[in-house]
Ligand binder design. Sequence first.
Ligand SMILES: [Ca+2]
Ligand SMILES: [Ca+2]
Length: 281
Amino acid sequence: MTFILPSFGASAISAVPGGGGAFSNTYSVDLDGTNDMVIYNATANGVNSGKTALGTFTGSMSFALWFKHSDTSSYESVVSSRHAAWDASTGVSGNKLTAADGVQGKFDMDIGFGTTLRTWVYDSNSRQLLNTSAGSVTLNAWNFVAYVFDQSAGTHVVYVGDESTTPSVGSTLSNSSTMEDFANGFNIGDGQQPTLQGLVDEFAIFDGKALSSSEVATIWNSGEAFDYSSDASLNPVGLFRMGDDDGGTGTSISNSGSGSDSADAINGASFVSGAGNTPGN
Ligand SMILES: [Ca+2]
Ligand SMILES: [Ca+2]
């Protein structure tokens, strides 16, 4: 594995989310830190299974997510790719990255003790790690993360920022592994580590596309209220706005991207609105 020092990104991004205006948002999903999660499951078995695969995921892919949390006591899961079925008898998801098993494309992102964002990527033989610098995740604030796998360049890049700090590149991993497991779906707030306690919002996933630094800037700079479901250039296959397209009711999370199926808020996860969605609240 090779780690490359940050060399680009921050200078390409300026201004603040919302273009300097209000950091407004209608709904997000509240996770209790016990067992709540957002799930999209395109495998044949398990709870909330049988969704249409999100894409082909044989080349480049990217995702973007906003989240807000306050727990500094341990590790918390942020996003993981789905590899296997949910085990309904134990409540344990099937995507744990405890061992390399020859399957490419597994992915897991977590936060260590409140602030250190970690990204794990599996190739066919081993688990590889991108560590962002300590302090890159801000407590009690909306954080923005974008992950970009550029297959032609053979790089995995993570951008991290918060509601007022421009996203920058933490570290870059050189690895040409494909990320096809995202085609089977994802878990938000669940993965190798304990579940996330906090708010998650505006999860977008891109098939066959490595977001450029300027596209990352566009998404971040537009804040949480940005609906780019019809943006032909960004063209997300999944855009899950966590209640904004669902009137804030129920547990089905509409996909306003080009994909066909909704995600689900499970184990008690619910839409929330109001003060919790504004900076400093
Ligand atoms: Ca939202
Ligand atoms: Ca619960």
